[in-house]
Write a protein that binds this ligand. Structure first.
Ligand code: SF4
Length: 342
């Protein structure tokens, strides 16, 4: 099968579809002992109204990528286009305007809310920043937002410690929604919550998306977590994209050996299937992003690693429609006749 490779997976004919386009994005950190390549040449697009899930082990760069997309970190190289405008090239005034459109929900609802501020102050701060409401209107707007996220409007004067973990995350969501954004980066918003609460928060995010036409970048550390919310899923490893496809396709037909291993670790509710299926155990830890392996960064843990994997970095290519993978097993030029046909 002929494969195409792209600098960016965003094709010209469908550019309008994308609310956010990330092109060859790099974010490096200089530390005392060297350069950490936290995000290393990543390209993808997020369509209007969709949820793109991003998955990977801790330290793979997914949170740094989310923050760089929002320009909470400056990019080392590359572009983030929001409605066609490069977020990293905007002046302060335009950036402030764009911040209304692009919001973030943080992982830790305990740490991300100021314990000395009431719910009114926390949500009101976002309204004040953009001069969206004052006086009675401001208070009414905050009460409406509380209702919207499933909290009681009479809780407006309470402090964060008076709420449960799930409720605090709802406050975080209300704060993000206060400025009526188009796009929200959800940075592991359910990882710190009890399993019983996780589904409620995911359902709330899905309902809000439907009602308000929101677009999400949803970051999580395992594939099971993103399954129910994501339209498409990207898998990251050591600062790079390993695979990206529609949710259905990725779970049915994972191509990258790393995705296959992550999927094989998800327990299956049917005990019969669970007993007989093959589990791929990855050896070793994730290498340091300061000193990643040559060629394919995954080669030190990959059950299919070959000689060329140490020498040549795999190309990010579209091997099936809208299914991207970076692995030599699917590369005609490297594998010749032995190329795997997805
Ligand atoms: Fe494994 Fe090689 Fe593919 Fe990397 S390029 S995932 S080492 S087979």
């Amino acid at each position: 099968m002929a494969v195409k490779s792209f600098d960016s997976p965003v094709r010209n004919e469908s550019d309008q579809e994308y609310l956010v386009e990330v092109k060859n994005l790099k974010k490096y950190f200089q530390t005392g002992s060297g350069v950490v390549k936290a995000v290393n040449n990543v390209s993808f697009g997020i369509k209007r109204g969709e949820t793109l899930g991003v998955v990977g082990e801790s330290g793979c760069g997914k949170s740094t990528m989310g923050r760089t997309v929002l320009r909470l970190y400056d990019a080392t190289e590359g572009q983030v286009l929001f409605e066609g405008k490069d977020v990293h090239k905007l002046g302060q005034r335009d950036l402030k305007k764009m911040r209304r459109d692009m919001q973030m929900i943080f992982q830790d609802p305990y740490a991300s809310l100021n314990p000395r501020m009431t719910v009114e102050d926390i949500i009101g701060e976002a309204l004040d920043l953009h001069n969206l409401a004052s006086g009675k209107k401001r208070r009414e707007r905050i009460q409406d937002l509380l209702r919207l996220v499933g909290l009681k409007p009479e809780h407006i004067n309470r402090f964060p410690h008076e709420f449960s973990g799930g409720q605090r995350q709802r406050i975080g969501i209300a704060r993000a929604l206060a400025v009526e954004p188009k796009f929200i980066v959800c940075d592991e918003p359910i990882s710190a919550l009890d399993v019983s609460i996780q589904a409620q928060v995911v359902n709330l995010l899905k309902d809000l998306q439907r009602e308000m036409g929101l677009t999400y970048l949803f970051i999580a550390h395992d594939l099971a977590m993103v399954k129910h919310i994501s339209d498409r899923v990207a898998v990251m490893y050591l600062g790079k994209m390993a695979e990206l496809a529609s949710s259905e396709e990725l779970y049915e037909r994972p191509l990258h050996p790393y995705t296959q291993a992550l999927l094989s670790a998800i327990p299956i509710p049917d005990p019969e299937v669970e007993r007989t299926r093959e589990r791929i155990v990855l050896e070793g830890d994730v290498p340091s992003p300061m000193n990643p392996p040559s060629g394919c960064h995954f080669r030190t843990r990959c059950p299919h690693a070959m000689e060329s994997c140490a020498k040549i970095e795999p190309v990010w290519q579209e091997v099936l429609p809208e299914h991207f993978v970076a692995c030599h097993l699917y590369n005609q030029e490297i594998m010749g006749d032995k190329v795997l046909r997805p």
